[in-house]
Ligand binder design. Structure first.
Ligand SMILES: Nc1ncnc2c1ncn2[C@@H]1O[C@H](COP(=O)(O)OP(=O)(O)OP(=O)(O)O)[C@@H](O)[C@H]1O
Ligand SMILES: [Mg+2]
Length: 524
């Protein structure tokens, strides 16, 4: 499809139109393959360069005459080998030139130049044309004015005009192929980006995220229930939305309910609704989320926090598609897809009898397990950039950047609150930086700024002193190597000497704990 809108604003083309109007008195317009005029001639307030065309378009059926001409000439041109032809319009003596717009052998539309007469046009023919215009609804004055504005062209001029109209169509073709190329490139870049870095609203290029994207692709088209597991702020809700908005249910509602935010009774009425008089204060019937989300998706967040009796009710909806509103005496039907999430270990809960096994297997048909941000450290920089851009845009600020040191600090940090914490931190930084373009480490939250830094005099700060001795020693080792690397500017020989270990052993440990930040930052 040709981008007609952009075409109309194109400089070369409007220049050509101007020349054609000035020298030959004709108006240039475009039509698509459905014979539709795609230039401003059909819009209100269009300024006609040619008076005859103007009078014609203002006549009661003026547009219909043009339309039927367009249809006839387009078809003739389509069947002809010629790329440009002269036609006789509906109005005796008034002529049209039409040129094909053809890209890669495909006929996409036409360029028309209209109207003019041959220089052999007689006074008698002129009278006849005026009469025809009047017959078609123009006033005598308009008709005379219109005909007097028709330019009489010699055969030589007509040939020349044909060439120029063909040139206009060449320009349109070139423009179209360039646009297509540009669009193809954008599309390619987009899909490349889509493949590697994102799915719906989720950002991440780590292998673990790639796996999740392809899993989601498969999950979305199915109807089965989904259980999303992951720690706080890992993006569980984002996944639930992605599942819904990529599914055939996307035109229906996506509703989320946080099961831990309600007490037993309230959750009951929230999910299943209640009938009038079901309890004090139930003044009228209230539909539950299972009714409102009918046809769509219901996201049961924190499902691990539901009581055993609620679990029985949920199981019933999942198995039979029926539920009982509070106070009702007959059950109702619903068709919702359930996506549930939890950061609890449901298996342990099952073992303790706190979560029903049958419900677990019913919701866990498809399982998405989100990695901790720490386990996809290579995504930290792109998430940082993503949120930085988002926050700057939202607050109408010019795009900022992180200083190298600040970036390093954020990479080092453990992010116990995962992506949410990272997002909040970036938001904070953008606010604190104010007008400054660069975000410096002194703005960081203290826990991030101080993370891993040895306290004055003491070397064991931040190391767990409870738990297994082996783990604590390992943690200390990591801290000593990380700090040492920075101190020695990543000179491993120097650090090995300082720590009293061989260079090979240090390199092994750096690999094992993934402490080479220069590699990390490069996303390797
Ligand atoms: N992969 C990601 N890409 C972009 N933004 C993300 C990603 N993961 C999470 N976020 C953002 O982080 C915030 C937290 O995400 P979300 O609410 O989905 O996490 P959650 O796992 O449901 O957290 P909680 O367990 O606390 O309910 C949201 O603002 C979300 O947009
Ligand atoms: Mg959540």
């Amino acid at each position: 499809m040709i981008n007609w809108k952009e075409l109309n604003g194109l400089h070369v083309i409007s220049k050509l139109e101007e020349i054609l109007s000035k020298w030959f008195g004709v108006e240039v317009f475009y039509t698509d393959i459905h014979y539709k005029i795609r230039s401003s001639h059909v819009e209100k307030g269009h300024e006609f360069k040619n008076h005859f065309f103007k009078v014609q378009m203002e006549m009661p059926h003026g547009y219909d005459f043009v339309s039927s001409d367009i249809e006839k000439f387009s078809d003739e041109l389509h069947d002809s080998k010629e790329s440009v032809m002269v036609f006789d319009s509906h109005f005796h003596g008034a002529k049209v030139i039409a040129a094909k717009i053809e890209v890669d052998g495909e006929h996409l539309g036409n360029v028309f130049a209209y109207p003019f007469v041959n220089d052999s046009f007689t006074e008698h023919e002129r009278e006849e044309l005026i009469a025809q215009l009047v017959e078609s609804g123009a006033t005598q004055t308009d008709a005379e004015g219109a005909v007097s504005h028709l330019k009489a062209l010699s055969p030589h001029e007509v040939e020349y005009l044909k060439e120029l109209v063909d040139l206009v169509s060449d320009e349109v073709e070139t423009f179209h192929s360039e646009i297509s190329k540009r669009e193809a490139r954008i599309h390619m870049l987009n899909s490349e980006l889509g493949e590697k870095f994102r799915y719906h609203n989720m950002i991440g290029k780590a292998k673990s995220m790639q796996k999740i994207y392809s899993l989601l692709e498969r999950i979305s088209s199915s109807e089965s229930s989904v259980l999303i597991q992951g720690e706080n702020g890992t993006g569980k809700e984002l996944v639930a939305k992605a599942v819904h908005f990529h599914s055939p249910r996307k035109d229906y509602q996506f509703l989320a309910v946080n099961c831990s935010a309600f007490n037993e009774n309230l959750l009951d009425s929230e999910l299943f609704g209640h009938v009038k008089g079901a309890f004090t204060g139930a003044m009228k019937d209230k539909p539950g989320l299972f009714e409102v989300a009918n046809g769509g998706t219901l996201f049961l967040d924190e499902i691990g926090d539901t009581s055993l009796s609620m679990q029985v009710k949920l199981l019933r909806v999942l198995q039979e598609g029926t539920y009982l509103p509070v106070g009702a005496d007959s059950s109702r039907k619903t068709d919702v897809r359930i996506v549930a999430a939890t950061n609890k270990d449901l298996k342990t809960m099952m073992a303790k009898g706190e979560f029903r096994e049958d419900l677990y297997y019913r919701i866990n048909v498809l399982n998405v397990n989100l990695p901790h941000l720490r386990e996809r450290q290579e995504d930290i920089p792109i998430l940082m950039d993503h949120f930085l851009k988002k926050k700057c845009d939202e607050s109408g600020m010019a795009m900022k950047q992180y200083s190298k040191k600040c970036m390093e600090k954020m990479l080092d940090y453990k992010w116990p609150g995962n992506v949410r914490q990272l997002e909040n931190e970036v938001e904070r930084l953008v606010v604190l930086a104010g007008e400054d373009k660069t975000i410096t480490p002194d703005l960081l939250s203290p826990q991030i700024l101080d993370y891993g830094a040895p306290a004055a005099g003491a070397s064991s700060r931040g190391v767990n002193t409870s738990g297994k001795l082996k783990d604590a020693l390992q943690e200390l080792e990591v801290i000593m190597i990380r700090e040492g690397l920075k101190r020695c500017n990543f000179n491993k020989s120097k650090l090995a000497k300082e720590l009293g270990v061989s260079r090979a052993s240090l390199i092994m440990k750096v690999e094992k704990y993934q402490l080479d930040k220069r590699k990390k930052a490069a996303g390797e």
